[in-house]
Structures are given as structure tokens and as C-alpha cells.
Design a protein around this ligand. Sequence first.
Ligand code: AMP
Length: 181
Amino acid sequence: MTDMPSYDLSAVIRTIADYPKPGILFRDITTLLGDARAFRRAIDELVQPWAGAKIDKVAGIEARGFIVGGAVAHQLSAGFVPIRKKGKLPHQTVRMAYALEYGEDEMEMHVDAIAPGERVVLVDDLIATGGTAEGAVKLLRNIGAQVEAACFIIDLPDLGGAAKLRALGVPVRTLIGFPGH
Ligand code: AMP
């Protein structure tokens, strides 16, 4: 049990209709990040299954995954590894294509960011179709990481992303589900 007051985290997430394009309900976590208690609560709840689990690295997906993942890494006393859009990292990289709603893009990480066999937790703010996270899992596995879990503050379960990751053998933790997309 915790002595922290219970928070309805969904109440501190702002929803913006038709952003970045018509028909999308954008789930804005800046309101959660700006609320000290809600931010702490979200990070505490995300890390709870892995407290004491000897996680070596937390991999965060650009850009909101850097904020959430950095806090998760600190809490787990793990290192942090950025997964970035292509062309942003200065050292030698490994690259993976991933599916977007329309088309494809590529993500990269430094080739030496994770040693073979290291235990990694993947972090982003939100999972929708799971295309981004699936690409990240494949990239991590390609360089020999052991992907212990993936965690997200928000799940859009109707889009099937969490199920897709579980089918890849990755345990998924999410804190809030919103219907639709
Ligand atoms: P996906 O690859 O479809 O799972 O999309 C996940 C990525 O897109 C994450 O990095 C999210 O930050 C972002 N994203 C997708 N849908 C939304 C949404 N409705 N609101 C906010 N961010 C979203």
C-alpha cells in the first residue's frame, strides 16, 4: 500500500479533438507532467512490477518517451537509452523501419547503447496501433537486448497495440485506457 492519495490519472490528461488532423483525439500528457503529484504517481505505478528486478536499461521512444522513460530509469536505478527518429544520433547506429498510419518511417539507436543480454524495459507515453513499439522491440532484440516489458501511461485498446506486443512475448503495462482512437 502507499500513503499517497489516490489519483484518477485520466482526469489530468487533456484531450484535444482533431489534432494533429481531423478525427484524432490527441491525448496530451503535458497536463499530467505539469502536476507534481500526478507525475510521481504515474511513474510509481509504471515501475511497480519491476522494483528490485535488476533492470539494466530503460529505452524511451522519442519524444515523450524520453520524459517518462528518464523518470522510470531514475526510479529503477537503470541507465537510459534514447530511440530516435533517423538522422538524430551522432554515433554509429542501428536502424529499424516501422509502420505508421500511412506509410513507414525509421527509428535508430546507438549500436553500443545496450550490451547483449541486458534486461531492458521499453517506455513511451501512449500505445495506439503498436507499430512504433513493435519496431522498437525488434530493434532492441536485434542488438541482443532482453526486452523484459513495455510500459505506457495510456493505452488505446481498440487499436490493438498492446495485444500486438503481447503476441511478440513482451509483457505490457498500461495505466489508463481510452476507447476509440
Ligand atoms: P502507434 O505506433 O500507433 O502505437 O502510435 C504510438 C505513438 O504515436 C506514440 O509515440 C504516441 O505518442 C503517438 N500517438 C498515437 N496516437 C496518439 C493519440 N491519440 N494521442 C497522442 N499521441 C498519440
